[in-house]
Write a protein that binds this ligand. Structure first.
Ligand SMILES: O=C(O)[C@@H](CO)OP(=O)(O)O
Length: 248
């Protein structure tokens, strides 16, 4: 049996401000930093150990991981930063306030942009200053790999090859893996792991800063999964799972 731990970064400044974030590289809020530390403490108290950690190339996930490592005294373990674990790219919505967008386009349209499986948010123009081709951390990506907007489906289409080529073999080699990533890159992975339908996945939300454990059998099929934490943390996770959480 293998145990994989997933964690969505702690609350970010734009989660707090209720803005579409995507590939925008915003920092954690004070609450987010506290969530990350609490997650690290909890993992340590519960006796979790990790040999290797994966994260995205976005600082809210990296800094969540850093704090967990610090709390667990695991600063030394190798960390792999992969753009494939980035948040979905939210296209031209990035930076806009979610409540203001609801006022402008209506709740139903925003829900479609946020949670439908295959529908894309409005794309970035090629000359937009937010285009990832202007960011040197993505210099090695091919033009086809550089998103101007991603649905959850497109997000899964870059997360899944990474799962098969890197994460799966690492887990199967017996290394205990922690992944610090994002609401929608984690949702994409969960859709695959739990074999959720395109409709089921629309109702799944991931809370910030709560470790989610996946127990996997020898073929990496899911045995069970559960959130770690006291009653308050589990309640936050349950609410987020039902899709009734605050808009972030
Ligand atoms: O804005 C984003 O990048 C994500 C996560 O914060 O938001 P949503 O939950 O609306 O997909």
């Amino acid at each position: 049996m293998f145990k994989l731990v997933l964690i969505r970064h702690g609350q970010s400044v734009w989660n707090l401000e209720n803005r579409f974030t995507g590939w925008t590289d915003v920092d954690l809020s004070d609450q987010g930093r506290a969530e990350a530390r609490a997650a690290g403490k909890l993992l340590c108290e519960l006796g979790y150990e990790f040999d290797l950690a994966f994260t995205s190339v976005l600082k809210r996930a990296i800094r969540t991981l850093n704090r967990i490592q610090e709390e667990m005294d695991l600063d030394w373990i190798p960390v792999i930063r992969a753009w494939q674990l980035n948040e979905r790219h939210y296209g031209a919505l990035q930076g806009l306030n979610k409540a203001e967008m609801i006022d402008k386009f209506g709740e139903a349209q925003i829900k479609i942009w946020r949670r439908s499986y295959a529908i894309l948010p409005p794309a970035l123009a090629l000359n937009d200053q937010r285009h990832p081709k202007l960011d040197r951390r993505y210099a090695d990506l091919t033009p086809e790999q550089l998103p101007v907007a991603e649905s959850l489906k497109l997000t899964l289409e870059r997360v899944l090859p990474y799962w098969h080529s890197v994460l799966e073999p690492t887990i199967l080699s017996g290394k205990r893996v922690l992944i610090s990533a994002h609401g929608n890159s984690i949702r994409a992975l969960i859709k695959y792991l739990d074999n959720l339908s395109d409709t089921e996945i629309t109702e799944l939300n991931i809370p910030t800063g709560v470790p989610l454990v996946y127990e996997l059998d020898d073929n990496l099929r899911v045995i069970q999964h559960y959130y770690l934490g006291g009653s308050e943390v589990i309640a936050k996770a349950a609410v987020a799972h039902q899709g009734n959480a605050k808009t972030y």
